[in-house]
Design a protein around this ligand. Structure first.
Ligand code: CO
Length: 134
């Protein structure tokens, strides 16, 4: 079921500062900020060749990363995103195995314009997992 690692996501308190650090200090290629109100975040992607780093800043009230940043004020690793060929088949297989899918269980359109789902971190060793249809 599990395909390639698509990205590692870092929650950051200040996206402009994080972009400057990746672009200027680390010399990386960084995309322009993209607001995703449905997900409560503004996002950029850092291209590191074999995968991407997603930098997330809270957007609006009740952002799903607000609590994470309250616990990790300087930022931290928020989730891993793996690609799957068929997100509905993957969801059904995971639910059948007892894994918890977050939200209403229906895929939402993610930052790449493709359907995504999130899996409960307590079912995967403390790590939030995003699945993205490849
Ligand atoms: Co992500």
């Amino acid at each position: 079921m599990l395909g390639r690692l698509n990205h590692v996501a870092l929650a950051v308190p200040d996206l402009a500062a994080a972009v400057a650090a990746y672009r200027n200090t680390l010399g990386a290629e960084v995309t322009e900020p993209q607001a995703l109100p449905e997900h409560g975040v503004t996002v950029v992607f850092v291209n590191v060749g074999n995968a991407k780093i997603e930098l997330l800043e809270p957007l609006g009230e009740g952002s799903p990363i607000a609590a994470f940043l309250a616990k990790n004020p300087s930022g931290g690793m928020h989730h891993l995103c793996y690609e799957v060929d068929d997100i509905l088949a993957a969801r059904d297989q995971l639910k059948g195995a007892g894994a918890r899918v977050l939200g209403d269980g229906d895929p939402k359109i993610g930052a790449h314009g493709k359907p995504v789902l999130f899996l409960h971190p307590k079912d995967f060793f403390g790590t939030l997992i995003e699945l993205e249809q490849s």
